[in-house]
Design a protein around this ligand. Structure first.
Ligand SMILES: *[C@@H]1O[C@H](CO)[C@@H](O)[C@H](O)[C@H]1NC(C)=O
Ligand SMILES: *[C@@H]1O[C@H](CO)[C@@H](O)[C@H](O)[C@H]1NC(C)=O
Ligand SMILES: *[C@@H]1O[C@H](CO)[C@@H](O)[C@H](O)[C@H]1NC(C)=O
Ligand SMILES: [Zn+2]
Length: 761
């Protein structure tokens, strides 16, 4: 770690440690306004040190103190504490963790606030479990999927496999295998005269959000749906190693991925508004909850059921094949015609309390500007990776920063808020309710949000998804964080950035490396979604990932199973907690930099490059049909280029700004922060009023994936199959024009403030 400190030679700028009260600050601003001279700071006539401090910028010694302060042994201890018991949202162990986190924040010298909400959750029945059975047609049970469940399931508090918000119900009949359960998979079945209407379907996990799979099955007329984890993607088979948990991180046959199948966000009964005592609550029947029973099983159970399926053999060279030692067939029907499949879902929806816990370090100079760092607290079971690694790291960042503040050596310029969100697993409930409650304040004051939900899913490279405004900061920070991998360091890659660039180079459209690591767009997989898409808070999400050239996996295999326990994390992912600590250092430094720099380290220039990138993607995917159907397609490039000019002029002004005027610094910062807000459209995306970011959101057919121009993507999806394509194209034209307008008006936020209006039409 010494090598980082030596690479920084910026002179230390003194920071006075006194805590400025709001009063001192206001007086300081008033006095300072008349007293700051061009020549530099003057002392004497002002209140103690205030005017000088107004222009203080970051102290890079603090950066190294915080990064060096992150202690892997303490991160490990945190994870051990957080994963002692299963802690699903809304039940006792979750509230015990609320107290635990609150106590820690207080110990670290942080202010604490807790926001409770009363929301609708869903739990499996403790008395009558959900069952999947194979029946012989004469009341005999040939196979019961519960037989394959692990012995660990008997530990108190372990929630049996279920899909949250599946309705209860008994479905019995024929089974159809529908691949990944995507729209195109049902199209393929239809093209082979296989109709799923009234049958149960079985689909494999992967490629898209499970809630969308239920939605699509329902739209296709299925009576119920089973989801299983195919070994091709959840074991090491393709990597050449077929050993599974507990000797490796691969999924054993009885591991079952739980999860929500609610496709909305936030409490289902109070859409758009906080679920508190003022709320109007819709009836369950009046909101969009899934209508068909759904249930997850492991590949052990799936094999025992699917090996008996009759019907069409699936094509050899297609992704309908998988890793089970069976001949994959579609059904409907079993080899013995009288056999049937039976699903009995007995789970219930239930109102419950969920809480967010906030730990706050009040800013010294701009306390009304908030830098948010957060992670959820609830887990389906022990949650050793998801989300407790995130919380273990966040607590250590809070400790390190808190102790530095207590010692009197530092107080950030802006306020830092650590957020422990409740009930994320059900559909970002804690964060969405909080945004709904405080949206006006958040839109006014939040600078940025850093999310660290599952910060380690592998130990090969850093991976970042972020809005363009955060790209530059992500690169600069990754160049400061020491590489946790000794062999990478020995190979001449001293920083996290070096390995990131090697493993995930950003390729341009000609497959040439742009010589920077790739940063992905944000989908809707975690708590950044409500902050970005409803409040326009620029966001970053990150994790240590596997090298995609070594492993053919989409996510870590033990995800949402009961095997996500402390021991497997330590033995298989991160023996010395160096990887989690590296992510903690990265997040801490991003947070500190956003909280401390006089001028925010955000990059509007990356936004204009980002817009050109997504234009290119749009053109590649849909350019031909868009040109045929829209007479103003070329205007998109034009408004993006004009936006680019606004950015250039802005950056030019930045270089010449009066560096002694705190009001100018504040104005520039507000312009950069508000740029993200400028991409929100008040009415929301077509059919999705609560998704307001016109450039980045998930794709409506797959809520995990980040997509660019999501509204256009949705409208163009299978447009050729629409019974009334003319009407659909009118909606495309309307939305396209909203995009043009939004980009054009976003440029105005960056212009010289007295000349922000356009004079042409
Ligand atoms: C696959 O199944 C066949 C027939 O059931 C069996 O003979 C074979 O040994 C199995 N292969 C493996 C690798 O388990
Ligand atoms: C299905 O579950 C219900 C409880 O919701 C239970 O009463 C019923 O006996 C179950 N039926 C079968 C066939 O398991
Ligand atoms: C990194 O991951 C691999 C694959 O599970 C594991 O074998 C190795 O021990 C891990 N490294 C550390 C330092 O934990
Ligand atoms: Zn999570």
């Amino acid at each position: 770690m010494t090598d980082i400190t030596s690479s920084w030679n910026t002179p230390r700028i003194a920071i006075l440690a006194t805590v400025t009260s709001a009063l001192t600050l206001t007086l300081g601003l008033l006095v300072g306004r008349f007293a700051i001279s061009r020549g530099g700071h003057q002392n004497g006539v002002f209140l103690a040190g205030a005017p000088a401090r107004l222009m203080d910028t970051e102290d890079l010694d603090v950066a190294s103190k915080i990064m060096d302060g992150i202690d892997p042994a303490r991160v490990e201890e945190n994870l051990r504490e957080l994963t002692r018991k299963p802690h699903i949202a809304g039940r006792t162990a979750d509230f015990e963790l609320v107290d635990f986190i609150k106590t820690r924040f207080l110990q670290y010298g942080l202010q604490v606030q807790i926001t409770p909400y009363d929301v609708l959750l869903s739990y499996p029945s403790d008395e009558v479990p959900n069952t999947v059975r194979l029946l012989d047609g004469k009341e005999n049970v040939l196979y019961d999927s519960r037989k394959d469940e692990s012995k660990l399931s008997n530990a108190p508090g372990v929630v049996k496999p279920f899909h949250a918000f599946s309705p209860a119900g008994l479905v019995e009949g024929q089974l159809v295998y529908a691949g990944y359960g995507r729209v195109e998979d049902y199209d393929w079945l239809k093209s082979h005269n296989i109709d799923v209407t009234g049958h149960l379907v079985i689909v494999k996990y992967g490629k898209m959000f499970r809630g969308d799979k239920v939605d699509i099955a329902q739209t296709n007329g299925a009576a119920g749906i089973l989801m299983y984890t195919d070994p091709a993607e959840f074991t090491g088979m393709k990597g050449g190693d077929d050993r599974v948990y507990p000797s490796t991180w691969w999924l054993p046959p009885d591991g079952v991925q739980r999860g929500t199948v609610f496709t909305g966000e936030g409490d289902p009964l109070t859409p758009g508004y906080p679920a508190n005592d003022l709320a109007y609550r819709y009836k369950e029947d009046d909101v969009s909850l899934p209508k068909i029973p759904s249930h997850p099983i492991g590949y052990g159970a799936a094999e025992n059921i699917m090996k008996h399926l009759d019907g069409l053999k699936v094509p050899e060279d297609s992704d309908w094949q998988g890793g089970m030692n069976i001949s994959y067939r579609t059904g409907p029907g079993f080899l013995v015609p009288s056999w049937k499949i039976q699903l009995n879902v007995t789970s219930r929806n239930q109102r419950a309390k969920v809480e967010n816990v906030f730990g706050i370090i009040k800013g010294n100079i701009e306390p009304d500007r908030y830098v948010l760092l957060g992670n959820h607290r609830d887990a389906w079971i022990y949650g050793a990776l998801d989300p407790s690694t995130g919380t273990a790291a966040m607590l250590e960042i809070a400790r390190t920063m808190g102790e530095l503040v207590k010692s009197g050596d530092w107080r950030p310029r802006r306020t830092i808020i650590f957020c422990s969100w409740g009930a994320e697993e059900y559909g970002h409930f804690g964060s969405a309710e909080w945004v709904e409650q405080y949206v006006a304040t958040i839109r006014e004051r939040a600078v940025a949000y850093i999310n660290m939900d599952v910060p380690v899913i592998g130990n090969d490279t850093l991976h970042v998804d972020a809005t363009p405004l955060m790209h530059k900061l992500a690169y600069e920070t990754a160049k400061k964080v020491p590489n946790p991998n000794p062999s990478e360091r020995a190979a001449g890659r001293p920083f996290v950035y070096d390995t990131w660039l090697r493993v995930e180079p950003w390729l341009d459209s000609d497959k040439q490396s742009k010589r920077i690591p790739k940063i992905g767009p944000l989908g809707s997989g975690s708590d950044y979604a409500p902050l970005l898409q409803r409040a326009g808070v620029t966001s970053l999400d990150l994790w240590y990932a596997v090298d995609p050239t070594l492993y053919d996996v989409q996510w870590y295999a033990l995800y949402h199973t009961e095997y996500e326990v402390f021991d497997i994390y330590k033995s298989q992912f991160d023996k010395d907690f160096e990887y989690l600590s590296a992510v903690a250092r990265f997040s801490a430094e991003v947070t500190r930099s956003l909280a401390d720099s006089l001028l925010l380290p955000l990059s509007p220039a990356d936004y204009s490059r980002g817009l050109l990138d997504i234009l290119h993607i749009l053109d590649t995917n849909h350019g031909t049909v868009l040109r045929e159907n829209l007479d103003n397609f070329e205007k998109l490039e034009k408004v993006i280029k004009e936006f680019g000019k606004d950015v250039e002029e802005f950056e030019h002004r930045l270089k010449t700004l009066d560096s002694n005027n705190p009001f100018i610094a504040r104005q520039i910062n507000d312009q950069m922060v508000l740029l993200e807000r400028a991409f929100l459209v008040p009415a929301g995306l077509p059919q999705r009023p609560l998704k307001k970011h016109i450039l980045f959101a998930e794709n409506a057919n797959n809520r995990y994936a980040g997509s660019s121009f999501p509204g256009l993507g949705d409208l163009l999806f299978q447009i050729e199959l629409d019974p009334d394509p003319r009407k659909r194209w009118e909606r495309v034209r309307q939305h396209f024009s909203a995009i043009l307008h939004t980009i054009q008006s976003a440029g105005a936020t960056l212009r010289e403030v007295s000349k922000f209006m356009l004079e042409t039409m």
